[in-house]
Write a protein that binds this ligand. Structure first.
Ligand code: PLP
Length: 378
């Protein structure tokens, strides 16, 4: 029986192994392990990719988000107890970044079709204490629509993009800066290079991208003990630097990112063309956008059907995963949100299944998996 693992990072990275080894050796032999040339070049390359002026490479995606909010606090643009609208169906890290800084997450339901923030829901949640929106381009689908941007402009809200899952995605509408590339749509964006992300490091890494020079400078200082120059600390800072080794790994992988996005699109297209099961719905393709398919997420309807579905697929060699089984408001750390009525988010959490999409899965594999799915009797 053929096996289709959900994820196998060693195999995903295998095609680049010689380039990665050469870059790692260069760093090891060069003796500069922080603040080196690869970090500076990676920042330039990421800024270009997101079509913004500044990039600060940091330790991971959650730190990127935490640093952004902390920097806005230092700049007097956000304060303790300010509210930030966050999608209720995101990975918990988006919400943690808000809480960590003494701000209050305001959970917003997604749209059924895009599984991304619903601008009408955002509008219904607005109040004078709401100071920012955090769009999350979930699963690699750009999330900022015209209405979200209008609300941000009209109510003077900061737009902090959690672009952990959508590096290189292109929105159908230009963002606040005129670019359509995710990460560059709002006032600032956070990137994650967690190993499973579309651009994955061989360990932890992340980045902050923005056109706001003061914000970039503030983030850079906070991430380096709060110092603006050596042994001079203007903030009660942190250590959130990126390793030079990871920067070098990421620069190798960045050279192949466009090809990786194309491959993911081809696999996603094969799934969407061939899956036809009465209890399964496939994800939306949003016209005018480039989706980067961090995950290909289907929904399986029916009481308890999702678990049976996964079990039957596993029996036929198809690995799957769930992103995410427990939404933030039902996590023990967010007891205060437990009673919130978030029916769309809760239903999604019970129905979503992520299909294999990372290399080495091919479009032919996706077609075979689709046929296995179509033959499943729930
Ligand atoms: C991965 C992820 C993060 C956190 O990034 P790390 O690098 O793992 O800290 C934040 N938000 C979303 C939506 C993510 O998928």
């Amino acid at each position: 029986m053929k096996n289709y693992p959900f994820l196998d990072l060693a195999r995903s990275n295998a095609p680049l192994i010689d380039e990665l080894k050469a870059a790692a050796c260069e760093v090891i032999e060069g003796g500069r392990y922080l603040h080196g040339k690869h970090t500076a070049l990676l920042e330039q390359e990421l800024a270009d990719l997101c079509q913004v002026k500044y990039c600060v490479a940091v330790s991971n995606g959650l730190d990127a988000l935490r640093l952004i909010i902390r920097a806005y606090r230092e700049m007097g643009m956000l304060q303790a107890d300010d509210k930030v609208i966050v999608p209720a169906n995101t990975y918990v890290a988006s919400v943690l970044a808000v809480s960590d800084n003494g701000l209050v997450p305001t959970l917003c339901e997604p749209r059924e079709d895009t599984m991304n923030l619903d601008a009408n829901c955002i509008e219904s949640l607005l109040s004078p204490s709401v100071r920012a929106i955090m769009p999350v381009h979930l699963y690699g689908t750009p999330c900022c629509d015209e209405k979200l941007l209008q609300l941000a402009r009209h109510y003077n809200l900061l737009v902090i993009e959690d672009n952990a899952q959508a590096i290189g995605a292109v929105s159908s509408v230009p963002g606040l800066n005129g670019t359509k590339v995710t990460g560059g749509l709002g006032h600032v964006g956070a990137l994650s290079f967690y190993p499973t992300k579309n651009l994955g490091a061989l360990g932890d890494a992340g980045a902050v991208v923005t056109n706001d020079e003061r914000l970039a400078t503030t983030v850079r200082a906070i991430a380096n003990y709060g110092s603006d120059r050596r042994y001079h600390n203007i903030f009660l800072g942190l250590n959130c630097r990126i390793d030079e080794l990871q920067a070098a790994m990421l620069r190798v992988k960045l050279r192949h990112l466009a090809q990786e996005t194309e491959r993911r699109n081809a696999v996603a297209r094969a799934y969407s063309q061939h899956i036809a099961h009465p209890q399964v719905s496939t994800p939306a393709w949003i016209e005018g956008t480039t989706q980067v398919w961090h995950q290909y997420v289907i929904r399986v309807k029916g009481d308890g059907a999702r678990d049976r579905f996964r079990e039957l697929l596993q029996q036929q060699g198809v690995g799957t995963d769930i992103h995410y089984a427990t939404p933030p408001h039902l996590q023990p750390c967010y007891r205060q949100f437990k009673s919130y009525k978030l029916p769309i988010t809760t239903a999604m959490a019970n129905e979503v299944v992520s299909l294999p999409i990372a290399h080495p899965i091919t479009p032919d594999d996706a077609q075979e998996i689709a046929h296995i799915i179509n033959g499943i009797n729930l």
